[in-house]
Design a protein around this ligand. Structure first.
Ligand SMILES: NC(=O)c1ccc[n+]([C@@H]2O[C@H](COP(=O)([O-])OP(=O)(O)OC[C@H]3O[C@@H](n4cnc5c(N)ncnc54)[C@H](O)[C@@H]3O)[C@@H](O)[C@H]2O)c1
Length: 261
C-alpha cells in the first residue's frame, strides 16, 4: 500500500504501537510526524529515525496550545496533513468504579477523548482548507462491552466511536473520511508487560475465538487500509478487530438447555 509523499500525523507516536505505525508508513514512502508527552520517547524516536522523513515533537494532546503548535509545525514543514491517526491513549488504574480517583477518571477522559477532539479539530481545519483528509481514531474493544475495572477507559473509547460517526457526517462534504478501529488485545505497546506473563497470554488467547492475541502487523495493516484511498467509501465506521471476543458469550445457553437431555 503506497503512501508516497503523503503527510501522516500520529499522536502519542514516539513509542509503542504509534512508533510501529510510523515505521510502517515511512516504509511506504510517507512523511511522518508524531507528537508525544514523553521527552524520553521523543528523543528515542528522533535517534531511531534520524535521516528519515520523520519528525517527533514534544506535546500533550490535552493542552490546546501544544496541539496548535505541533499542528502548525507540521504545516510549516510539509504544507499539509493528509492522514491523522488519533493514537495517544492511556488506561486507568484497574479498580472497581467506586474506588476510581477523580484525577484518574479525569485524566483518562482528557487524554483519550478530549485530547483526540482537540487534535482532530486543529488538524481538521487544515484538512478542510485542502478539501481532503483521512482520520483514523484508535478506540478499543473495551468501548463495546462491560469489562470490570475499565470504566473511564471504556467510556472514553466508546465516545470516540461516536465522535467518529458525528465527524464523518459533518466533514464528508470537505472530502474527509473519519473511521475508527476497536482492537482487542494486541501483542505489543502497553501490553508488553503482559507478554512476559505466560498465564495471562494463555487466558487472553482462550477468551478469544481466534485463540490468540492480535499481532502488531495485522493491526497496522488495517489502520493503513483505513488511511488509504482503497477505503475511500468507508466512513463513520468502526472496524472491530478483536478476533471475535466481544461477539460471544462464554456460557452458551444451549449448553444449559441441553444438559441432562
Ligand atoms: N495495546 C493494546 O492492546 C491496545 C488495545 C486497544 C487499544 N489500544 C490503544 O492504542 C493506543 C496506543 O496504545 P499503546 O499500546 O501503543 O500504548 P503505549 O502506552 O505504548 O503508547 C501510548 C503513547 O501515547 C503517549 N501519550 C500518553 N498520553 C499522552 C498525551 N497526553 N499526549 C501525547 N502523548 C501521550 C505515551 O507517551 C506513549 O508514547 C492507545 O490509544 C490505546 O488505548 C491499545
Amino acid at each position: 500500500m503506497s503512501f508516497e509523499g503523503q503527510v501522516v500525523f500520529i499522536t502519542g507516536g514516539a513509542k509503542g504501537l504509534g512508533k510501529e505505525m510510523a515505521r510502517a508508513f515511512l516504509e511506504e514512502g510517507a512523511f511522518v510526524a508524531v507528537n508525544d508527552i514523553s521527552d524520553g520517547a521523543v528523543d528515542g524516536f528522533l535517534k531511531e529515525f534520524e535521516g528519515r522523513e520523520a519528525v517527533a515533537l514534544k506535546g500533550d494532546v490535552v493542552n490546546y496550545e501544544d496541539v496548535e503548535r505541533v499542528v502548525q509545525s507540521i504545516i510549516d514543514k510539509w504544507g499539509r496533513i493528509d492522514i491523522l491517526i488519533n493514537n495517544a491513549g492511556i488506561v486507568n488504574p484497574l479498580v472497581p468504579a467506586e474506588k476510581i480517583k477523580k484525577q484518574d477518571f479525569d485524566r483518562v477522559i482528557d487524554v483519550n477523548l478530549k485530547g483526540a477532539f482537540y487534535v482532530t479539530q486543529a488538524v481538521g481545519k487544515k484538512m478542510i482548507e485542502k478539501n481532503r483528509g483521512r482520520i483514523v481514531n484508535i478506540a478499543s474493544q473495551a468501548g463495546l462491552f462491560g469489562e470490570k475495572g475499565f470504566l473511564p477507559y471504556a467510556i472514553s473509547k466508546s465516545s470516540l466511536m461516536l465522535m467518529t460517526r458525528v465527524l464523518a457526517y459533518e466533514w464528508s462534504k470537505y472530502g474527509i473520511t473519519v473511521c475508527a478501529i476497536a482492537p482487542g488485545f494486541i501483542a505489543g505497546g502497553m501490553n508488553e508487560p503482559i507478554l512476559k506473563k505466560k498465564d495471562l497470554v494463555e487466558y487472553l488467547s482462550k477468551r478469544t475465538p481466534i485463540g490468540r492475541m492480535l499481532t502488531v502487523e495485522e493491526y497496522i495493516n488495517t489502520i493503513m487500509f483505513l488511511a488509504s484511498d482503497k477505503a475511500s467509501y468507508i466512513n463513520g465506521e468502526t472496524i472491530i478487530m478483536d478476533g471475535g471476543m466481544t461477539g460471544y458469550i462464554d456460557m452458551p445457553l444451549v449448553d444449559v438447555i441441553m444438559k441432562g437431555r
